[in-house]
Design a protein around this ligand. Structure first.
Ligand code: FHN
Length: 417
């Protein structure tokens, strides 16, 4: 199968069947939970990366923040150890956001980490630590670049324009930078963003996708490489996507409210995070949960504590998340289901106990177990499978049903109630 991919790549044509694509996406789907990291010199100001340039922070000041960026407490080992403790399976740092600053020593520009007091290759350090802790190394990359003189717009919505833009030259710059990232850090996925502005066309997107296919046919690419429905998966942002099995998808969500570091930002509680996780995975999606590290290089201790709480939950109940698919029953406010082989995990959100009647599946139930504290019973007839029991007030009561056949292949069934 992979030989066919390589052959297609060799002849320079991106030819792929849905089965090939599913094989390429298999690690991504199985991973289910990733760590988004929005970081750069702007963390010194505590304002939003990219967007505060020319808004809360004057352009001149923003573009010179790199000269004082010296995160002496940056420790990629500590970050990736935390990521592993949190139960994340892949990591997506903002190698280059809309402000154009590069967290790696790109040879294409001086506007990089190499030209800060800190100097060290942040992407390289994260890549090495991610590998050590078994996380897939990925990277965010913004197509739009309000700093680069070659890219036409200089601010959100193009209220300011560059004097001598050159989009063909800029796309060459992009391709060389992406080659640096993919090859030097052995990326498994590119998380594109900033595709929405007028200078970037669908033709450029198609050309860029072909370029990346030739660079590495196994690389996974999100939908924001193009404008709508392109790439390998959808990326609903700051909201949980709807139940969708056919095309992969991933909800990206901030742990706090701002993507980049913001002092005293509101942080989501563990129940809020668990709700988002359960609603996502029972919809057959991934969750990419974001932290914005501090200007000194630390991940804020209270955020680190929250991530470790998530990890403790995943350590106990991760079998109902990792390697699962959404369904067979559609999810909703009630919760949802995930499945893996002959096992179905019913996730009942904020269930106080009582009775839940599901549409009967065309299968037999061999075993019923309540994985979280509580007791449950299941009564089955031709039309309904009725769960009764009591819960100890868990955010997510998880009941494992072992069937006599593969649960995913049964199809999709309506939500209870
Ligand atoms: O403008 C960016 C924003 O700063 C952030 O990076 C998010 C993350 O998905 N993406 C864009 C907004 O859609």
């Amino acid at each position: 199968m992979l030989a066919a991919l390589v052959l297609a790549a060799t002849i320079g044509q991106m030819q792929e069947t849905p089965a090939h694509q599913e094989q390429r996406l298999a690690w991504f789907r199985a991973a289910r939970v990733g760590m988004f990291i929005h970081w750069g010199p702007v963390s010194q100001k505590g304002t939003e990366i990219g967007w505060s340039r020319g808004q809360e922070v004057p352009v001149e000041e923003y573009d010179n923040l790199y000269k004082t960026f010296d995160p002496t407490q940056f420790d990629a080992e500590a970050w990736m150890k935390l990521a592993a403790q949190a139960g994340f399976k892949y990591v997506v740092p903002t190698a280059k956001h809309h402000d154009g600053f590069c967290l790696w020593p790109s040879k294409q520009t001086d506007y990089t980490i190499a030209h800060t007091p800190f100097k060290r290759d942040v992407m390289g350090a994260i890549a090495a630590a991610a590998k050590k802790h078994g996380l897939a190394m990925c990277s965010y990359y913004s197509i739009l670049d309000w700093h680069n003189p070659l890219y036409p717009t200089g601010s959100p919505g193009g209220t300011t324009m560059k004097p001598r833009p050159d989009m063909p030259a800029y796309m060459k710059y992009v391709k060389v930078q992406l080659t640096e990232l993919v090859k030097n850090y052995h990326l498994k996925m590119l998380w594109f963003d900033g595709q929405w502005e007028h200078p970037y066309t669908m033709q450029m997107a198609t050309d860029l996708r072909q370029f990346l296919w030739n660079l590495d046919p196994a690389l996974v690419v999100n939908d924001r490489i193009g404008k709508g429905g392109t790439g390998d998966y959808d990326t609903p942002e700051q909201r949980v996507g709807g139940f969708q099995r056919g095309r992969a998808w991933e909800t990206c969500m901030t742990l706090c409210t701002q993507w980049a570091w913001k002092p005293d930002d509101r942080m989501k509680s563990l129940p809020e995070v668990l709700h988002i996780l359960v609603e996502t995975v029972t919809g057959d999606g991934n969750l990419l949960l974001n932290v914005g590290p501090m200007p000194d290089g630390r991940i804020e201790p209270r955020q680190a504590d929250r991530l470790r709480e998530l990890g403790a939950w995943l350590k106990k109940y991760g079998s109902s998340v990792y390697g699962t698919r959404g369904g067979p029953w559609k999810n909703g406010a009630w919760g949802g289901a995930t499945c893996k082989g002959k096992e179905v995990y019913v996730h009942l959100l904020d269930w106080k106990g009582g009775r839940v009647a599901f549409q009967a599946l065309p299968a037999k139930v061999r075993k019923v177990e309540c994985l979280t504290p509580g007791t449950v019973k299941l009564a089955t007839d031709l039309n309904f499978w009725t769960l009764t029991g009591e819960s100890k007030g868990e955010t997510d009561t998880i009941v494992r049903l072992t069937l006599d056949k593969d649960a995913y292949k049964l199809g999709v069934f309506r939500a209870p109630g």
